[in-house]
Design a protein around this ligand. Structure first.
Ligand code: FA5
Length: 367
């Protein structure tokens, strides 16, 4: 329907008359509005209501299109025309909301009217979700260590260069920094590259002797493959006492592994270098994914690096405010993500944080 320009029967009227008389376009706007409201009221499903809504006030809807006419009207009429179109849009939206409510209520009534529907029955979770395997194993470890008198601590993922490097005997010039490249924040903080940040933090927090574990997420700026992620989980263990030895350390790690696997797994211990322990060791586990012959996870070696450890370096004790002549310590840094892979024979670490529900729902239910 065309809107005359200018409305011929108003052409002879002065402005005051125009405000009082009902212009021709008003009748047209009313007509269009009544028609679209009728089609909205006639919608019998939410889908057909949506169709009616789009054809009324969608981008190219009948009521929306009216706005384009405003430029062809005399200046004196534009304001009133705009207000009339806005009012029409308001009417249409009210009609849509009312119809939406009544269609929704009809659906509920239909459901309630069905004898097989018992509204007093307790709700059954459709999908209560599952625990993440990292959560399952982390909780088991926390229970084991808590039962042996360890504090379980949660330290920040965003930390200072001091706790991540310097306090751990890794000054700026140290080549060991290259092994743990990370993500830096503008203010000089960083995403921690290991849970060892908690070592000096724990020394500042607890009066020795003490023992603590601190699980958490760590970050490294590195390429990913079947056994390397840029974001992964570790659990740090730390004991500070008057006399500690490698024997204490190895016994704790044996306890840890047998609690998780519930059976003996083959491990090997070899010297390892970390600036914050002396002596340092690498504890590897026989690959539980391939069982030994070699795969992408163990890089065809049959062994997976899992649990580096050692006796705490005197400089780290000093950074923690402790006198190395009085106190000794041991520490380990368990690769929790890798432990989870070994426990469940997961063939690619990237599955852990990939968010694929098909992977996640294979683990213990959360409800
Ligand atoms: C460390 O992070 C030391 N802070 C561990 C430590 C603690 C040593 C206390 C001595 C005393 P490393 O970079 O090797 O070390 O990592 C420890 C473990 O984390 C590895 O054995 C491995 O199991 C796991 N890991 C290391 N890098 C990755 C990665 N990119 N993706 C997944 N797991 C990793």
């Amino acid at each position: 329907m065309d809107i005359p320009h200018p409305a011929p029967h108003l052409a002879a009227l002065d402005e005051e008359d125009m405000q009082q008389a009902s212009p021709a376009w008003q009748a047209e706007i009313d007509g269009i509005t009544t028609t679209v409201c009728a089609s909205i009221d006639a919608a019998t499903t939410l889908a057909s209501l949506r169709t009616a809504e789009i054809s009324a006030v969608g981008r190219k809807g009948q009521v929306t299109e009216l706005r384009k006419r405003i430029g062809s009207l005399p200046k004196t009429e534009r304001r009133a025309f705009g207000q009339a179109v806005n009012a029409a849009v308001g009417r249409v939206k009210t009609a849509i909301n009312a119809r939406h409510e009544s269609l929704k209520q009809a659906l509920i009534d239909a459901e309630l009217g069905d004898d097989s529907f018992d509204e007093t029955m307790p709700a059954q979770p459709v999908n209560g979700g599952t625990y993440h395997p990292l959560t399952l194993v982390q909780r088991e470890l926390e229970d084991v260590f808590a039962s042996m008198g360890y504090h379980v601590m949660d330290f920040p993922e965003v930390d200072s260069e001091f706790y991540n490097f310097e306090g751990l005997n890794i000054p700026g010039w140290h080549p060991a920094r290259d092994m743990q490249d990370t993500f830096w924040l503008d203010d000089g903080h960083l995403l921690r590259t290991h849970t060892s940040t908690g070592q000096v933090r724990a020394m500042h927090l607890f009066k020795p002797p003490f023992r603590a574990v601190f699980p958490g997420k760590v970050y490294r700026y590195e390429a990913t493959d079947a056994s390397h992620e840029h974001t992964f989980h570790q659990v740090e263990g730390l004991m500070v006492a008057k006399h500690v030895s490698v024997a204490h350390l190895l016994d704790s790690m044996r306890t840890l592994l047998s609690a998780i696997f519930g059976r003996d797994v083959q491990v090997r211990l070899r010297p390892g270098y970390f600036p914050f322990v002396e002596p340092g060791f690498e504890l590897d586990i026989s690959c539980q994914v391939c069982g030994g012959p070699g795969c992408a996870v163990c890089k065809k070696s049959g062994w997976v690096e899992l649990l580096p450890c050692g006796l705490v370096h005197p400089n780290v004790l000093r950074a923690g405010g402790l006198d190395p002549d009085e106190w000794q310590g041991w520490a380990f840094g368990l690769g929790l993500s890798r432990l989870v892979m070994m426990r469940y024979a997961i063939s690619d670490i990237r599955l852990l944080l990939g968010g694929d529900v098909r992977f996640l729902e294979q683990f213990e239910r959360g409800v």
